[in-house]
Design a protein around this ligand. Structure first.
Ligand code: BG6
Length: 290
């Protein structure tokens, strides 16, 4: 079932329910802000104090960072993570493929406003498939007569039960830029989180996996050789208006990206698709699946 909903403040979203999962997608940002498979705890973390209002970025779910990831490379007055997450997207299609699978396609195109801050003609398509797995595919088309380069992220915020018990596998021996210290490192073994972590991993061999006490979340990707792992920890969390002070304990971002050297240069007419396919295994609602 696909329902179109609007909050009293005008914030519009699509609510999807099928036999496998339940999801909510905001038209602002093409932003998936809830995904919950049947008999599983919510996959995605959403801040209890997140803004769900026009013009303000949502804290949680899967923000789309595009056409630049992080700070703008040359102009600090431009918004962090680009403009796609705060833009109004157009719903192209929403259909139930079968009783367990629903597919939604959203579109963002260049406009007078976008050309003022990023002078390129583009079309961006985001396909979100809600089923036993969560699949997202972000396609950038160069509609300009000159080449352009993008960096991007499917900035997934995962819900975890207790950050002190979380481990992330799949990154061993991978090099990363620690953006907290500016240093380069090689990952030794699994990732655990006991301080602020903000890292861009290079040459990532997907899939990677997030483990907590209740489940494993497997993240596969294509069109990407980089990933970001982020947890703001105590002080940054406290400083953010849209996060509760102890929120860092129940979330971890593992973002499928085109960051650093993994940015993509597109010629006129060329397109690039960044995908993320996320599935869960292991413990479901306190029961071990054998
Ligand atoms: C992460 C970055 O992807 O997003 C962090 O690596 C950043 O540096 C975080 O703090 C959140 O960004 P924002 O703009 O949503 O506060």
């Amino acid at each position: 079932m696909i329902e179109h909903k609007t909050f009293a403040n005008g914030f519009r979203y699509i609510e999807i329910s099928n036999n496998a999962a339940h999801a909510k997608i905001a038209l602002q940002g093409g932003h998936l802000f809830h995904f919950e498979a049947v008999n599983q705890p919510p996959l995605l973390w959403l801040s209890k104090t997140s803004f769900l209002e026009t013009g303000k970025a949502i804290r949680g779910g899967v923000p789309i960072c595009w056409p630049w990831f992080g700070k703008h490379p040359t102009d600090n007055t431009l918004p962090q993570h680009g403009f796609a997450r705060n833009s109004d997207w157009h719903l192209l299609t929403a259909e139930d493929i079968d009783a367990h699978t629903t597919k939604v396609v959203l579109q963002l195109q260049y406009s007078v406003e976008s050309l003022k801050i990023w002078p390129h003609a583009f079309e961006l398509l985001l396909a979100i498939t809600v089923g036993e797995h969560l699949s997202m595919a972000l396609t950038t088309r160069n509609c300009d007569n000159q080449e352009f380069t993008i960096t991007a992220a499917l900035h997934s915020y995962f819900a975890v039960e207790d950050i002190s018990t979380v481990s992330v596998s799949g990154f061993a021996d991978t090099s990363y830029l620690d953006t907290v210290t500016g240093e380069e490192h090689i990952q030794q073994g699994i990732i655990t989180i006991d301080q602020e972590v903000d890292r861009i991993y290079r040459q990532v061999a997907y899939p990677v996996s997030l483990h907590d006490q209740r489940r494993a979340v497997d993240i596969d990707a294509s069109g990407s050789t980089s990933a970001v792992v982020w947890n703001p920890w105590v002080e940054k969390c406290h400083a953010m208006a849209d996060m509760e002070d102890d929120s860092y304990k129940t979330m971890l971002c593992i973002e499928t990206t085109n960051a650093l050297e993994d940015g993509r240069r597109l010629s006129p007419g060329q397109e690039h698709t960044l995908t993320s396919d996320i599935s869960c295994s292991g413990i479901v609602m306190g029961r071990v699946i054998l």
